[in-house]
Each structure stands twice: as C-alpha cells, then as structure tokens.
Ligand binder design. Structure first.
Ligand SMILES: [Zn+2]
Length: 310
C-alpha cells in the first residue's frame, strides 16, 4: 500500500512549489518524500531554472559589458583591434533601414581628399528609418557632423549608425527589434541634401557596409560568417564613387591568404625613387619603408627587391 500513498504525497509536494516572481526566477524549491525506514521524510530540493527570459537578459548584459557609453559616439576611441577579425550573424537578411528602394548616392571610401566612412542612401526628409537588427540603442542624440544620430549595438557586437535624422524616436538603453522605427530621415549636421548616412562598426573599427550587406532588394547579409581584413576598414582603399571589388572571406585562412596576394615584389629599376615607386604602384612611401624596414632617406640599388603592400 506504500506506492499510492507515495504518489499522493509526491503530488501534494509538487503543488506546494514556492510561488516566485517569474523574471527573477533563479531556482525553485520542492519537497520530495524520501523513504526512511517505515516512514516518509519530506526533503527540500532546490532545482535551478533557466528560462528564455534569462537568456535575453544575459545577451543584453553581454553587449553592455564593455565600452557602453551613451554620450560618446565612439566609446572604443583608439582601442586597437587585431586583423583579421570575425563577425557572425544569426540572420541571413537584415531589415532595410529605409522602406523604399535603396539608391546609393555615395559609397564607403575616399571622397574629396577625406575618408567617407559610411554609405549614403537617398531619402526624403520625414521618411521612416528602422533598425537593421535586434539590439540596444547605445547613442541617440545630436552629434557634430552626423547631426541627429542613432547608434544601435546588436547582439553580435556590430553597431549600426543612422545619421542626419530629422527626428529621433528612441532613447539610449532602449531595446529595439529588427525593423523597428527609430527615427525619421533628414538633413541635419554636415550634410547637403536629405539622405541617410549609414555606417557599420565593430569594436570601434569602421567596416565598409557593402562588405557585409547586399544593398539590393534581397536585403541579404553576404555571409553568416565573415572575416574582416584591414582593407575592409580603410576608406583609403576604396572610392566613394565606385563599387569596390567585393571579395568575401568566410574563413580565417582565406582572409590571411588575401593579405599575401596584396603583397607584390618590386625590382628597383634605373631612375627609381621611393616617390616614383609609390606613385606608380598606388601605395605610400611610409608603407614601403615600413614593410621593407628602410628609411625614407635610404638609397635604392638597381635590382633591389622591395615588397609592396597594395
Ligand atoms: Zn555619408
């Protein structure tokens, strides 16, 4: 007759689970009857709980754990980053920041003697601008040059910046979901004509947005797993007027191999100077000196081999 009694006591025990606030639920305590000789002892057992809510809280805590500043546009400042570095995406598409077709008026690259570290998408003042992915608003205020600006940090560490807005509809520390309205497009800050200046950064390093995303109507991410080389962060390697040749590195090996290909051996010819070599090979004197461990004033010998980083 012990079994039915045991079952009854057990069910009774389970129904006396402590009621606790769900969001703070770390564990539950239940009383389980344990046979001890001829009698049953009620023993309290603690069971840890992991709810989906905890994971969301954990994810938010993770991206806010480092360099979380809501009043500074780039809290990473000059923190160095090792190349190549990896960015992963859970999604295969992004939410288009504008609702209409994306007409790119200026690309990531060198523009009028200065770096343009974002992509300009045409819009009309008042057009809705939405967050490309889930994330948390890190910065939502006026910033010199960028005008009214929203920066969202996403759960993979990528930050997207939406600049020159006419209206900001979110505030710092707000959670936003993919496709959520964050403001209206405009022409604030250093801007001529209404457009969205969109930039993508990872731990403070600007990345050519077209390396990450296809800006056509597929709204696709180029790969769920990307390796970023220095080339995809430097505006000087690209032109704001032309689309760059978009190589894609999905493994660290590919990214490293691409660096090898960017190096070339140059044999010094009669009449060569560092200035002439740099001009003709589209590289800088500083880069030639650095790679070859020579000084700007070093004399070149005919037949000398130089490594050029292109
Ligand atoms: Zn721009």
């Amino acid at each position: 007759m012990k079994t039915p009694l045991f079952t009854f006591v057990f069910l009774l025990a389970v129904t006396t689970v402590f009621a606790q606030n769900d969001s703070l639920l770390q564990s539950i305590k239940i009383k389980i009857p344990t046979p001890a000789g001829k009698t049953l002892l009620m023993e309290e057992v603690e069971i840890p709980m992991v709810s989906s809510g905890d994971k969301a809280i954990q994810k938010q805590a993770d991206i806010k754990s480092e360099f979380w500043e809501t009043t500074v546009y780039n809290p990473y400042r000059y923190t160095p980053i090792d190349f190549p570095f990896q960015i992963t995406f859970d999604d295969s598409t992004y939410a288009s920041p504008v609702k209409h077709e994306k007409v790119i008026t200026s690309r990531y690259g060198w523009r009028r003697g200065r770096p343009h570290k974002g992509i300009d998408i045409d819009l009309v003042t008042g057009d809705s601008v939405v967050s490309m992915f889930d994330g948390i608003v890190r910065f939502a205020k006026y910033s010199s040059g960028h005008g009214r600006t929203v920066v969202v940090r996403h759960y993979n560490g990528l930050e997207t910046t939406y600049a020159h807005l006419s209206k900001i509809a979110v505030k710092a520390n707000d959670s936003v979901s993919k496709g959520q309205f964050i403001g209206k497009g405009g022409n604030t800050g250093k801007s001529t004509g209404s457009h969205l200046h969109l930039s993508t950064t990872y731990k403070g390093a600007f990345i050519h947005p077209e390396y990450l995303f296809n800006f056509d109507d597929s709204n696709s991410i180029r790969s769920k797993n990307l390796w970023v080389t220095r080339k995809w962060t430097r505006a000087s390697y690209h032109s704001s007027r032309r689309m760059s040749k978009l190589a894609l590195y999905e493994t660290k090996e590919d990214a490293l191999a691409s660096l090898e290909k960017q190096r070339k051996i140059y044999v010094v010819k009669k009449g060569d100077t560092l200035s002439r070599i740099s001009r003709r090979n589209n590289t800088s004197i500083a880069s030639i000196c650095r790679t070859n461990k020579i000084k700007k004033s070093s004399t070149l010998r005919i037949g000398q081999k130089l490594i050029l980083e292109l």
